[in-house]
Design a protein around this ligand. Sequence first.
Ligand SMILES: NC(=O)c1ccc[n+]([C@@H]2O[C@H](COP(=O)([O-])OP(=O)(O)OC[C@H]3O[C@@H](n4cnc5c(N)ncnc54)[C@H](OP(=O)(O)O)[C@@H]3O)[C@@H](O)[C@H]2O)c1
Length: 361
Amino acid sequence: MFTAARKMRGGFFLLGRGLKMRVAIVGATGAVGHELLKVLEASTLQMDELQLYASPRSAGLKLPFAGRELTVRATPEGAIDADVILASAGGSISKEKAPAWVAGGAVVIDNSSAFRYDPEVPLVVPEVNGEAALHHKGIIANPNCTTAIAVVAVAPLHRAYGVKRMIVSTYQATSGAGQKGMEELLDQTRVALGGGDAGASVFAHPIPFNVIPHIDAFQDNGYTKEEMKVVWETRKIIGDESLQISCTAVRIPTLRTHSEAITLELERPATPEQARELLRQAAGVEVRDEPGAKLYPMPLTASGKYDVEVGRIRSSLVFGGGLDLFVAGDQLLKGAALNAVQIAEYLQENGALKARQKAEG
Ligand SMILES: NC(=O)c1ccc[n+]([C@@H]2O[C@H](COP(=O)([O-])OP(=O)(O)OC[C@H]3O[C@@H](n4cnc5c(N)ncnc54)[C@H](OP(=O)(O)O)[C@@H]3O)[C@@H](O)[C@H]2O)c1
């Protein structure tokens, strides 16, 4: 299971007997789309055709995949002739087009927030609740990036010690806002270094040399939508609606990888050593926790990595028997592209992804 990281192969497999496993990426030219191409290339997902779609602006663009060049097409109006569609073009596109894709026979793994809170749609992080993916009705949702990274570390602790309350403060990279978020950081840092007025268009304020406690829209309760996504989605993935969660989400001037400080109140006390030992065995986690050697999670070391780094594990000074920890996970990978491909792998490994006879012509 979760082999995407481990085997470098050509990217295409021939299934034979006229059967074709056709995979499509919608949003192939975006920040997540680029990572999907790389993760698929390294994945063991058996497929023999990859179709790339984006907006009409990108039609004709060529992107490298497995030693070939694949041409990007404009996303069509109706169905796409594919068995799996990795949707990564935003919530409105998914909402509008996914029903037609499902009606056309595809399984849609959706990176947007369009279907995450639909009780009929499983919200899946394979290390935590992979089995939920098997009960889909055509659409499987990939969680919000901050949530995916947190639950990889928190779910094993919840299973062993019972998390009662969870307080999260995030340090989120500019690529969380897509390609244009990274461009704004790079462009405006140059402007700011030249003494100019950096201004802001993607973010609410200039991002160079700043931190902004504002990601997505403010809600009536004073929290932002990004913060509430962590609350709603963590409960759905872990399968415990009683979990008390509070989050403060903050944008910082890094290119990729979200970091999170997490405080946990536990039903049964855990020592830092017990938590480290448990997390060393946990899928998708790299314990990086030797403060004396200056080893702890950081975007610099976690970027490009499939595992989520977890460190700074210590006993909470506030909640007796509870824990404080710090995590850093590449949100374009575990928070998006990697998790989506792992869901597809999980379905295939469990016989739930059927290659179909390709319609000729
Ligand atoms: N960035 C993250 O860390 C992250 C993490 C988890 C989930 N997500 C979600 O993943 C999705 C994509 O995010 P991203 O960061 O990759 O955004 P992005 O860099 O802005 O890329 C957007 C993609 O959507 C395509 N697109 C835009 N309008 C379209 C249209 N009308 N028809 C078809 N395709 C269209 C774009 O194509 P063109 O290049 O042709 O415009 C591009 O390929 C979003 O729903 C986002 O919330 C992102």
